[in-house]
Design a binder for this molecule. Structure first.
Ligand SMILES: C[S@@+](CC[C@H](N)C(=O)[O-])C[C@H]1O[C@@H](n2cnc3c(N)ncnc32)[C@H](O)[C@@H]1O
Length: 294
């Protein structure tokens, strides 16, 4: 069939079909009609996301810590983008094993790390003690909990910890908690686990829709009237593929959860036959680093 000639829209844009309708009337929503909080929740549901209990991170805490000790330039890149001027106090939400809080300890008078995973908080306590970071305190707290007893701090950070089911209230809480500035990182497009690996394990295929990423944060902050700056931190290296067997197994467990004995056996057999096969069909290349003044 012959394609109809594009009409000329203002600004000399070419437009077809639904675009032409949208240009002339009200058939399509415009961006100010969009409720990004609602859209995020709907996106999470379509991507098959479920609220993760603290046990999810308790189970992964040791592997997470071991992997982090083996690298990485991420925290240097995070800290290099922060402005500490006029700031004495900081709260780190979803502080995990405390690596960032401890690295920040020499720059601030007080640091409060909060997380809902007891195992992560134990690791953070140990890290702070090892580093002699006596100005780091830790408290059990979820994004979804009441934060009214937590101190407002000059800076609030949330590093790789905003993967909650409901993003808008989480962002508003983080914003309220900061007297001066907020810094967070969020994923840029999701990872796709190798379908052949899931098949070999006998696990169901992953949902076809990527999880929501940083672009929701940007849009929600715009609606909150915040002037967000967006930067990107390149990830050091692909997560796994040619890692040794122990490293590969650890990464699989980190992303897919503990394997049963039968699954571990199937994984070993599959890896022996496919030594070059990666854990991810598509890995995550960047973190978005988003900052704003409150
Ligand atoms: C990927 S780790 C990041 C840890 C650390 N911020 C970092 O960048 O290394 C995510 C952390 O967020 C925490 N977390 C996830 N969901 C949470 C929630 N709903 N409330 C509090 N903490 C949460 C987890 O326990 C975990 O420690």
């Amino acid at each position: 069939m012959k394609k109809s000639a594009p009409s000329r829209a203002p600004g000399n844009l070419k437009c077809y079909g639904s675009e032409r309708r949208a240009m002339s009337g009200e058939a399509l929503p415009i961006i100010s009609d969009v409720d990004f909080g609602l859209m995020y929740r709907a996106h999470q549901a379509r991507a098959g996301a479920r609220a993760k209990p603290p046990a999810f991170w308790d189970d992964r805490a040791r592997d997470f810590d071991a992997r982090q000790r083996a690298r990485d330039s991420y925290f240097d890149a995070f800290i290099a983008r922060m402005d500490f001027s006029g700031c004495d106090s900081l709260i780190d939400v979803g502080c995990g094993n405390g690596a960032l809080a401890v690295a920040l300890a020499p720059r601030l008078k007080t640091i409060l790390g909060v997380d809902y995973s007891p195992a992560m908080l134990d690791l953070a306590r140990r890290r702070a003690a090892e580093a002699g970071a006596t100005n780091v305190t830790l408290a059990p707290r979820a994004w979804e909990d009441d934060w009214s007893d937590l101190p407002r701090c000059d800076i609030a950070v949330a590093s790789r910890s905003t993967g909650v089911m409901d993003l808008e209230p989480a962002l508003r809480k983080l914003d309220r908690q900061a007297k001066k500035r907020v810094y967070l990182t969020a994923s840029v497009s999701g990872r796709i686990v190798n379908p052949a690996l899931l098949d070999a394990l006998g696990r169901p295929p992953a949902p076809k829709i990527d999880k929501p990423d940083y672009i929701y944060v940007v849009n929600l902050l715009y609606r909150m009237g915040r002037l967000a700056k967006v930067d990107f931190i390149a990830r050091d290296r692909a997560e796994d593929s040619r890692a040794d067997w122990a490293g590969f197994q650890r990464n699989v467990a980190l992303f897919l959860g503990k394997l049963s004995e039968a699954e571990a056996e199937r994984l070993r057999a599959w890896k022996q036959h496919n030594p070059e096969a990666p854990l991810f069909e598509r890995d995550q290349a960047h973190w978005a680093f988003i900052s704003w003044a409150t």
